[in-house]
Design a protein around this ligand. Structure first.
Ligand code: NI
Ligand code: MN
Length: 217
């Protein structure tokens, strides 16, 4: 299985299924090419830098969107699994929608609550945090669904955790590998990922991916 970074918070998990998460590509100054055709499109919350191209991508590929119930009510003309916090089996893949501390809106209107995803596929567990601050219940994600092979964590600050908070999240989640995301896309979220690496120390393997780079797990 591999994880491909598409820039900002957009990733692909490519194994027995091709899963795209938060496909913000149009208007993303650091977007990389996606690989293949998605089978499932996961969206953590309604903000434009996460919902992004999901609807267009779904129309093009036929891949359903997995998102918070309330967001599913707002997107038209595509197949959507509108779920909520909890475990689900969707198209044969174990997906847990978990809370995130953030907001979620579309055109200035609040839509649903923000989320993260834990995806279990091909014997591996991947956690995409979405946009969030660190919170103590991240320890539950490890207890309930761990061990986590890869955690994808925002480090940009301003809208989400910065490096210090994300390093604390690593302590709670205990992932084998952590990949920083949601930084250096725009000026307010400028960060040095090497600072994050230093703060994590030997608590996890930090893999800094450039958009378009992949990680084999
Ligand atoms: Ni957001
Ligand atoms: Mn965001």
């Amino acid at each position: 299985m591999k994880i491909r970074y598409l820039g900002h918070a957009a990733f692909q998990i490519i194994g027995s299924k091709n899963i795209v998460i938060d496909p913000f590509l149009t208007g993303n100054p650091v977007a990389a090419e996606q690989e293949g055709t998605p089978d499932l499109i996961l969206v953590t919350h309604a903000h434009g830098d996460h919902l992004g191209d999901a609807v267009e991508m779904s129309k093009r590929s036929g891949a359903p969107i997995v998102c918070m119930y309330d967001i599913a009510q707002h997107i038209r003309g595509v197949q959507a699994y509108g779920m909520n916090y909890g475990p689900a089996k969707i198209e044969g893949i174990d997906i847990v929608m978990v809370p995130a501390w953030h907001s979620s809106s579309m055109g200035g209107q609040e839509v649903g609550n923000p989320a993260g995803f834990i995806v279990k596929m091909d014997g591996k567990t991947v956690y995409h945090a979405g946009d969030t601050f660190v919170f103590g219940d991240m320890a539950l994600f490890n207890e309930l669904y761990g061990p986590i092979d890869v955690a994808l964590l925002p480090i940009g600050g301003y809208f989400t955790m910065g490096p210090r908070e994300a390093a604390k999240a690593v302590e709670l989640l205990k992932p084998r590998i952590v990949v920083p995301m949601h930084y250096n896309t725009f000026p307010p979220i400028r960060q040095d990922p090497e600072e994050f690496r230093k703060l994590v120390g030997d608590k996890a393997e930090v893999r800094i991916l450039k958009p378009g780079e992949e990680l084999d797990i």
